[in-house]
Ligand binder design. Structure first.
Ligand code: NI
Length: 190
């Protein structure tokens, strides 16, 4: 089952998501499967639970489309539950990022080279791991989602001003998207 993806402007994208307990969510595997289906249909490389309307500390990534740039990303498909960033370090580098909740906008964003995280996988096994390169980039972007942050927060005031109208339009549903979205400023059943 595919979820509609929550668009920019929805307050859930600004909320710090809460940690989940294993027994609190017995159907988590099904939820994760549905999130992957949603992400692949939208041709994304990462998706966080708040983007499908759930304020939970859960995100998924599949970096395999970047395999050509980095062969290590061949099978880089992962689930992160209750992630906590332990350390962001290294030199910052810029990359042109996009976000499934903010369609049709891509901007250069600078982030540190590596991220160290504590997290649980889909089988509730605990990991403490350091990621670098494109994997770190995608994880940092998704991690921001569960903290209520978006990549556009990292832009200069000037860049932000330049895209403001487009952002307002997105929240009103004035954007062409090839996947199903839920727009906060579109009133239902008039
Ligand atoms: Ni995003």
């Amino acid at each position: 089952m595919k979820f509609p993806i929550v668009a920019y402007g929805d307050p859930i994208l600004r909320r710090k998501a809460t940690a989940i307990e294993p027994d609190e969510y017995p159907h988590i595997k099904e939820l994760i499967e549905n999130m992957f289906e949603t992400m692949y249909a939208a041709r994304g490389v990462g998706l966080a639970a708040p983007q499908v309307g759930l304020s939970m500390r859960l995100f998924i990534v599949d970096a395999s489309p970047f395999e050509e740039d980095d062969p290590q990303l061949k099978d880089f498909k992962k689930v992160f539950i209750n992630a906590i960033a332990l350390e962001d370090k290294g030199e910052e580098w810029a990359f042109n990022e996009g976000c499934l909740s903010i369609p049709d906008i891509r901007e250069d964003v600078s982030r540190k080279a590596t991220i160290r995280l504590s997290y649980y996988d889909e089988g509730w096994k605990h990991h403490e791991e350091t990621f670098s390169g494109m994997a770190a980039r995608i994880i940092q972007h998704e991690y921001d989602h569960i903290e209520g942050k978006l990549f556009i927060d990292k832009l200069s005031p000037l860049r932000k001003r330049l895209i403001q109208k487009k952002l307002n339009d997105i929240s009103k549903g004035i954007v062409e998207v090839e996947y199903k979205m839920k727009f906060p400023a579109v009133k239902k059943g008039r």
